[in-house]
Design a protein around this ligand. Sequence first.
Ligand code: UP6
Length: 234
Amino acid sequence: PHLQTYAQRALRHKNPAANSFLRQSRGKSQILPSAWMSPPQKTFSPSSDVVGPFVCLVKTHIDIIEDFTPSLVAELQALSAKHDFVIFEDRKFADIDRQLVHLTNAHPVPGPSIITGLSSVGLPLGRGLLLLAEMSTKGSLASGSYTEAAPNETTAEEDFLVLTPGVGLDVKGDAMGQQYRTPREVVLESGCDVIIVGRGIYGKDPSLVDSVVAQAKRYREEGWAAYLARIKPL
Ligand code: UP6
């Protein structure tokens, strides 16, 4: 499936969240800022408004926003409608729980019950679940047979969307064990459909609008060029 275009995969994909996501990706292209790590609320929404036109998805860590209020959720939903991006809460569930956004994710470590539990709430609402089959951090234990077994926890033959964090063009890692690969590496070598970029876009200061926009465009162009190089010509 990863040699096909997003539009071709959308025609066949049964999962409503994946389907609308593949359609929505259109020419807008694949790039998303990660969560703004623990910023004040006044930074989160304006940043998402600035980056919104250039991304297909905004990833949040909503539980670490320092001055969180419920109005932030409404603001983000309004921005999602305005810019046509999907909201992905990077909750990394490892136990059965509820989901309120378009997409969330879970560690496959509990076995298929994590999927059964989350889908009993999410599927009727048309939500999607991503599985953390591997991680970008140095020394990750999610590798080898664990990574291979993760997609087998679902019973259906799925066209899995592959979302990849740990993407950067200028640095190779950080002091906490993060490891970066380029958009080209992850899209061409690892079948990535959507690159997840946090600090590569927002850098040290999300309020620097010009540089945030410039970086968002840069990553979008790099990701899109790699996608075009991967798909088979029609
Ligand atoms: N993330 C990873 N690696 C994983 C899974 N998730 O980096 O294997 C998440 C981090 C962060 C984002 O929690 O929100 O992706 C990466 O941000 P960065 O581009 O600033 O490193």
